[in-house]
Design a binder for this molecule. Structure first.
Ligand code: FAD
Ligand code: NAI
Length: 467
């Protein structure tokens, strides 16, 4: 029987990163993966393919709408959907092969098949051919990720009624796209198809978009998306979809009930969240506890209720983000190797990769109000940032929330081009417990969009220079 120090079930960003860190620390490691390719949701049907399409569709829109004002004359861009999907696939293949290479380089065994925990230190792996092999491991990490959440009574066929997976592979641009859920997936993939020509309506249960992100940022973001052509139906829910005709007939009513209407659509994207994936893992029988939302219960050291079994990533509590899963992978590998692994959940950046991008780290204004913290706000708009002005990309602003007494930065929120790249100086500052004054006194290269962060930090002390 094959025997390892550590076996990890799942090779998403949580699992494969955990495997590499454990191998670096000298453990004998194997990963188990049921899919034909490594990399999990993120590399195959999540972060990476969506970013490829966001990039390609953004350039398509720019070529059609922004080049002329810069004096670049091109004829109207033509969409070759097959080539765009090929561009996406090349990106996926490159990254997936990269993970295969990293497994080999770090001498990590890849066990192809579906993993099942059959007791402390014992697993079974069943391959595509139905053959099962038994494996022993001193430690096991569950990194099985998440799956799409479904709407009751609505069947996802991945052709006309799609999840994010189908929305990443449509063979033509839908005339009318209805997105259910104004979360990250809905707004990112809605953006892709709107840029390529779809008329996009987003139906959201709550009275705001992007729940959990800073309210003021999201209000401005919604206005910008509306200017781009998005239509929003907030405080509304989809109750049924009739797919018998050529067009889908989508029944929508107020979240609280009443006010029914029927909307027509070519495609409906259901993007109402994701749920932990534990199917077939044998957790109940093995004695691994789940919480009321089906997530694997862990303690502060990622240990589950079964000795020697740990869990990380989307399958446990916390934000469903690839970088959160990766950092947990590193931390749990270090703990298993006898070191002091740790994740700081107060400093996990979040980015929505639309145009403009939205990024945030730390507390929102709503969080601070609810916690009764006395805070000071420093804001700086990109309309006053020189680089943004010359590029004519002035949508958005930077917002810094600092503790009024200590000046410690508690949260940073940005809406604007490249906001996803800009957020990390705030994350580093916050990791070191830095103040707005620290940020304000740090020299920033000119002309950069990041100067808006320095100015927002100056604005906390009411001394922004360019405003
Ligand atoms: P996963 O990546 O889900 O990997 C789990 C793996 O486990 C899978 O490969 C699965 O096949 C395997 N597995 C499951 N059960 C078994 C079993 N019993 N035996 C063997 N193998 C098994 N996050 C970001 O941070 N940034 C983004 O831009 C972003 N974009 C996204 C876009 C979309 C469309 C989607 C759907 C998600 C996106 N996410 C993004 C979220 C991100 O993909 C997840 O947070 C991340 O993949 C979670 O990593 P994980 O390792 O926990 O699980
Ligand atoms: P989400 O949780 O971000 O958003 C779901 C939205 O659907 C919420 O606004 C919710 O109020 C709404 N909703 C729920 N039920 C509804 C209903 N019946 N009718 C109408 N609206 C309803 O989930 P989403 O967008 O599906 O993404 C799943 C996960 O993937 C997220 O946790 C996210 O972290 C991750 N992800 C991250 C990305 C990034 O970091 N850029 C990109 C894409 C996904």
């Amino acid at each position: 029987m094959a025997s390892y120090d550590l076996v990890i079930i799942g090779t998403g960003p949580g699992g494969y990163v955990c495997a590499i860190r454990a191998a670096q620390l000298g453990l004998k490691v194997a990963v188990v993966e049921k899919n034909p390719t490594l990399g999990g949701t993120c590399l195959n049907v999540g972060c990476m393919p969506s970013k490829a399409l966001l990039h390609a569709s953004e350039l398509f829109e720019e070529a059609g709408h922004s080049f002329a004002k810069m004096g670049i004359g091109v004829s109207a861009p033509k969409l070759d959907m097959a080539a765009m999907m090929n561009f996406k696939q090349q990106g996926i293949d490159g990254n997936v092969k990269g993970v295969e290479y990293l497994m080999k380089k770090n001498k990590i065994d890849v066990l192809a098949g579906k993993g099942k925990i059959v007791g402390t230190g014992k697993l079974e792996v069943t391959g595509q051919d139905g053959k099962t092999q038994s494996v022993e491991a001193k430690s096991i990490v569950i990194a099985t990720g998440s799956d799409i959440a479904r709407l009751k009574g609505i069947e996802i066929d991945e052709k006309r009624i799609v999840s994010s997976t189908g929305a990443l592979s449509l063979d033509k641009v839908p005339g009318k796209l209805i997105v259910v859920g104004a979360g990250v997936i809905g707004l990112e993939l809605g953006s892709v198809w709107r840029r390529l020509g779809a008329q996009v309506t987003v139906v959201e249960f709550l009275d705001r978009i992007l729940p959990g992100m800073d309210g003021e940022i999201c209000k401005q973001f919604q206005r910008i998306l509306e200017k781009q052509g998005f239509a929003f139906k907030l405080g509304a829910k989809v109750t049924a979809i009739d797919s018998s005709g050529k067009q889908l007939k989508v029944s929508v009513e107020a979240a609280a009930g009443g006010n029914p209407e029927t909307l027509e659509a070519d495609v409906v994207l259901v993007a109402i969240g994701r749920v932990p994936y534990t199917e077939g893992l044998g957790l109940k029988e093995a004695g691994v506890a789940l919480d009321e939302r089906g997530r694997v219960v862990i303690d502060d050291h990622f240990a589950t209720s079964l000795k020697g079994v740990y869990a990380i990533g989307d399958v446990v509590k916390g934000p469903m983000l690839a970088h959160k899963a990766e950092d947990e992978g590193v931390a749990v590998a270090e703990i298993i190797a006898g070191k002091a692994g740790h994740v700081n959940y107060d400093v996990i950046p979040g980015v929505v990769y639309t145009t403009p991008e939205v990024s945030s780290v730390g507390k929102t204004e709503e969080d601070l109000k609810n916690a009764g913290v006395d805070y000071t706000v420093g804001k700086f708009p990109f309309t006053a940032n020189g680089r943004s002005k010359v590029n004519q990309t002035t949508d958005g602003f930077v917002k810094i929330l600092a503790d009024t007494k200590t000046d410690r930065v508690l949260g940073v929120h940005i809406i604007g081009r490249e906001a996803g790249e800009m957020i990390h100086e705030a994350a580093v500052l916050m990791e070191f417990g830095g103040s707005a004054e620290d940020l304000a006194r740090t020299c920033h290269a000119h002309p950069t969009r990041s100067e808006a962060i320095k100015e927002a930090a100056l604005a906390v002390g009411k001394r922004a220079i360019h405003m």
